[in-house]
Design a protein around this ligand. Structure first.
Ligand SMILES: [Fe+2]
Length: 254
């Protein structure tokens, strides 16, 4: 009986076969599933949020079948510590996890891209001018594609917190930006991953623009002693959930 149940579970949560099992539509997420476009404490949102109600476009074949990623990502693109002649300064870490849809099904072939500040909290970007050092051995961007079981992994440096101009003495908690393209453009997600126990959480309007405390928790990675590589890198785990199919699946009649 137990074995039967386990088999059933595997079938229900199996991996999408992109040829035979691409959903014909994806869920429209309810209001409140994501942070508001206009959030008073995050000042620049006042200038850039939509002023008119959103127009929902029908999901056509281009949204449901793309993107095609074969050959785009090279081996080593997921290691941000080997992009230059020397090694970057800072705390070497791995960041890994699995990509699922909201039905709990692992998503393979998901393009996972990250960008981040260096260990001193500075981006390699012309508008980042605060007086922290740039690291000549760290560019701060990487990408990978999830494997057959939805796994992804990066090797990088733990980013530092940094000040920003939102209000007096504003600091961002240490974070890594994530962009994911699932099996379809309709599953695109842009988010940020945080580190456990950050002292800046209570003061950061971007982190707190996610009003649901449980949803905020889901943006915080978990330290994993089991995944830590001895004498090499501490490990953080971060699972990510993208949109699931729009149609409610029917259970088979017994
Ligand atoms: Fe950032």
């Amino acid at each position: 009986m137990t074995e039967q149940l386990e088999n059933t579970k595997i079938v229900e949560h199996g991996i999408y076969d992109p040829l035979t099992e691409t959903p014909t539509s994806y869920k429209r997420e309810p209001e409140g599933a994501h942070p508001p476009m206009d959030f008073e404490a995050y000042k620049s949102t006042a200038l850039r949020h939509p002023k008119q109600p959103l127009v929902y476009l029908p999901q056509a074949i281009t949204e449901i079948t793309g993107p095609q990623l074969s050959g785009l990502v090279k081996e080593g693109d997921n290691d941000l510590t080997i992009q230059h002649d020397g090694e970057p300064i800072g705390e070497r870490i791995t960041v890994s996890g699995r990509v699922f849809d909201t039905e709990g099904k692992p998503l393979r072939d998901t393009l996972v891209e990250i960008w981040q500040a260096n260990a001193a909290g500075r981006y390699l970007h012309k508008w980042d001018r605060w007086p922290a050092p740039l690291d000549p051995n760290f560019s701060g961007a990487g990408r990978t594609v999830s494997d057959r079981e939805g796994h992804y992994t990066f090797t990088t440096i733990k980013p530092g917190p940094y000040p920003w101009g939102n209000h007096h003495n504003a600091w961002r908690p240490a974070h890594i930006h994530f962009s994911l393209l699932g099996r379809a453009f309709a599953q695109r997600l842009v988010t940020q991953m945080y580190f456990p126990g950050d002292v800046f959480f209570p003061y950061d309007p971007i982190f707190n623009s996610v009003r649901d405390p449980e949803a905020r928790e889901r943006m915080i990675s978990c330290f994993s002693i089991h995944e830590t590589v001895p004498n090499w890198a501490a490990a953080y785990e971060f699972d990510i959930y993208l949109r699931g199919p729009g149609q409610t699946p029917f259970e088979e009649a017994f």
